[in-house]
Design a protein around this ligand. Sequence first.
Ligand code: S3P
Length: 428
Amino acid sequence: MNGKTILYKDKQINGTIRVPGDKSISHRSIMFGALAEGTTTIRGFLKGEDCLSTIDCFRKMGIEIDENEDTIVVHGKGWNGLKEPSAILDVGNSGTTTRLLLGILAGRPFHSVLIGDESIGKRPMKRVTNPLREMGAKIDGREDAQFTPISIRGGNLQAFNYTMPHASAQVKSAVIFAGLQAEGTTTIVEPERTRDHTEQMIKQFGGEASRDGNVITVRGGQTFTGQEVNVPGDISSAAFFLVAGAITKNSVIKLDHVGLNPTRTGIIDVLQKMGADLSIDHKLSTGEPVGSMVIRHSQLNATEIGGEVIPRLIDEIPIIALLATQAHGTTVIKDAEELKVKETNRIDAVVGELKKLGASIEATSDGMIINGPTQLHGGHVDSRGDHRIGMMLAVAGLLANDEVTIDDVEAINVSYPNFFDDLESIFV
Ligand code: S3P
């Protein structure tokens, strides 16, 4: 486990960044490419460890995928083109791979086994294995398929009306993938609106998915045709630079070609509510909405974050907590229990690691309370194997008045392999 020591005290930042491709869209582009008939060419694909795990799993099911310098080409053969894998499918650290793949496998008439790393082995899977079993998939696994390893034998699915207990795009997508293969029409009710990249991609690949309020409907028996997919930059990666720009004196940071799907832009709402100097330039695009953003150092005020916005910024909460340490007043983050079942328990990790750097922050049962502004100091911290905790701690280095040593920084490779190069490229 590699540690990295940074001394970013008094660094000024200025410049333009193009963050890597959106993780959620990259996973789905491989999946739809594999399930479609014909060739899918993907530009802007995120070559992070999580999305490479998805590629690896589909190759094990007989799908040819070419990795070129600027494109990924998936040679899809339709739903029936997936073959029973002779090896175990290793999902690595990726919850999205695990849950969406289970939805796909639920309808395939063969046997497969999924395993992942230590973190995946602790993440709850009954939230997908339960509804998929109800639809007819045969699933077994550790603790009655709550945890990996999980084995699945799919086929003969019936449509289902599912009211989700959690606001989770991964669960919604798993049930959608099963619904696409089921007999009849499946409906899913979300408690809050979650990211809709799966529904968008169904339409892009020639299928149908409809939404009425919080109810999503998909018809079984749909087929897809290969497409050209342009993956926008990941707003969840851009978030680290938006916050770095807002909290660092004299900074002006431009972020080019970032995905601005409204189900993902909660971070923008929060920055604007806190008083950040942020401008957004929406660009015309054919697929998902994209644009560029410019952020400048800003005087920030505390805010309350909860309710419907939570799924729209769930992955940004670690970096929002750091932002709140620099805002005047008390910031309250609530309704975010889901943080406890991410790559690590992100309530414990954010609170525990930021305290080591002098932040005034306390955990609550469903979030955290942060007082600011606070001068952070140096220290020895740990990513806890979680990419977003690692990147948040690196940005905290810009606020610390001494060295920060971050253990297990390689966790960042899951979603942003060149993160430190990009961050250090804007130092002036
Ligand atoms: C994701 C959904 C979210 C998010 C994860 C990616 C997706 O997870 O945290 O990073 O691509 O569907 P949940 O569905 O568990 O909220």
